[in-house]
Design a protein around this ligand. Structure first.
Ligand code: AMP
Ligand code: MG
Length: 414
């Protein structure tokens, strides 16, 4: 039997090696409409206070608080977006809407429910104020929400809906963010046909490419489809060079095991530096990681195993953290929680296993409970269907009993 010349790293070592080779991409500017999900590359400070004027929080009447309850003439109206051209002298009131600037002279707003409009015939209408209130009541002073110069967002933060709202508030429309890494995907194998094709003898459909493209989108990357390469040195080399030229990260699937047509490792040795070629894990042992320096800079290359489950598991464990680090994430690792096993699980004596499971919160036990997705064969993609976690099962003989707690790496929403 031929033995692999690559030493076997633990998953932790392999991840450390991967991240040590991974640098955040150079920041770029993107428009407000296009930043969702990106990581901010610089602090953002508010240029003006919010609100920029003392604003009413109610529909009601602007008053001089010291006047107290009584019947007062209405001197005008001010609604959001306009400035009053009058002032509210003691003994008068003005109608005001939510968000409108408080007129000069007024120092509080009585909400409309605590007032009554008195119909008096000719002359200025009278308004009955029924409530005594403190100066400042129902008024947002200048800068109460955001002060001028205040840092509203810090470099390294992920921009989701609220953060995009803050950028809009602060008037930023051209925002420094880390780019989405471009990730090229190449399937290798003479047996592979496109998903839309009928199967000839000995053929199977290429599941990995469509799957990895979807996974790249979900992880915040920008996929580049390199198609299928047959198992010849020339075909493979041309596609790999194309991928290196166009993408920050190149993923191949297949061709990394020990068969005669497993050409990916030698090719990567030739194109760059292979940092590891075997990892103690199940599934995914032959996963390979290399870097290559080309004109555009340093590229990361992952030779993912061909079996669909191995391909996707190694994508989550190594590619997702690398992609996140490139995209500016400060903590790029998969999130982990503890989960209790819903059923006993067999262990592997030789390799830690990443068992696919569905986590759900159990109210009664006040913890996450992990249910296995069933038979864990690395060719059986059904074992990843509905999985939102990889259970990191320890390498040891025997069985983990139902109810035992394990580390669960999150790969989907809970
Ligand atoms: P390999 O590492 O190339 O020997 O592939 C291992 C197994 O995964 C073989 O059974 C391949 O047919 C299968 N395989 C490789 N690539 C793909 C793919 N893109 N889609 C589905 N199965 C694949
Ligand atoms: Mg193959």
């Amino acid at each position: 039997m031929t033995r692999s010349s690559y030493s076997m790293l633990s998953v932790e070592e392999a991840l450390e090696v991967t991240l040590a080779q991974t640098k955040p991409l150079a920041p770029e500017h993107r428009s407000l409409a296009m930043v969702r999900g990106a990581i901010l590359a610089a602090d953002i400070a508010a240029q003006e206070p919010l609100p920029p004027f003392p604003a009413s929080t109610m529909d009601g009447y602007a008053v001089v608080a010291a006047d107290g309850p009584g019947d007062y003439p209405l001197v005008g109206e001010v609604s959001a977006g306009a400035l009053a051209e009058f002032s509210v002298e003691p003994g008068t009131v003005a109608y005001i809407t939510t968000g409108a600037p408080l007129p000069a002279g007024a120092d509080a707003v009585v909400m409309v429910e605590e007032t009554e409009r008195l119909e008096m015939g000719a002359g200025a209408p009278l308004v009955r104020i029924k409530e005594r209130l403190q100066a400042g009541t129902n008024v947002r002073p200048i800068g109460i929400d955001v002060q001028a110069g205040q840092t509203v967002l810090a470099a390294g933060e992920r921009l989701d809906a609220a953060e995009v709202g803050l950028l809009a508030t602060a008037g930023f429309v051209d925002i420094p963010v880390f780019p989405r890494p471009k990730v090229a995907v190449l399937s290798t194998g003479d047996e592979l046909v496109e998903p839309g094709e009928p199967l000839g003898p000995g053929q199977i459909r290429d599941s990995n490419r469509a799957m990895l493209v979807a996974a790249i989108y979900a992880a915040g990357g920008e996929p580049i489809d390199l198609g299928i390469s047959g198992d010849t040195q020339e075909a493979l080399e041309a596609r790999v060079q194309d991928g290196l030229a166009r993408a920050d990260i190149l993923l191949t699937s297949g061709g990394v095991s020990m068969g005669e047509l497993d050409l990916v490792k030698p090719l990567l040795e030739h194109a760059g530096t292979v940092h590891f070629g075997r990892v103690r894990m199940k599934p995914g042992k032959p996963v390979t990681f290399a870097t290559a320096d080309v004109e555009g800079g340093r590229r990361l290359v992952f030779g993912l195993p061909g079996n669909p489950v191995s391909s996707l598991v190694t994508f989550y464990l190594f590619v997702v953290p690398a992609l996140r680090k490139m995209a500016g994430w400060k903590e790029p690792g998969l999130r982990q929680v503890q989960a209790r096993l819903a059923q006993p699980l067999p262990l592997d004596a030789y390799r830690p296993e990443y068992h696919r499971a569905t986590l759900r919160w159990d109210d009664g036990q006040a913890c996450f409970v992990a249910s296995s997705t069933g038979i864990q064969a690395s060719s059986r993609l059904l074992s990843m269907r509905t999985a939102n976690a990889l259970l990191a099962l320890p390498q040891r003989e025997g069985v983990l009993a139902a109810g035992e707690c394990v580390e669960a790496l999150l790969i989907g929403e809970i």
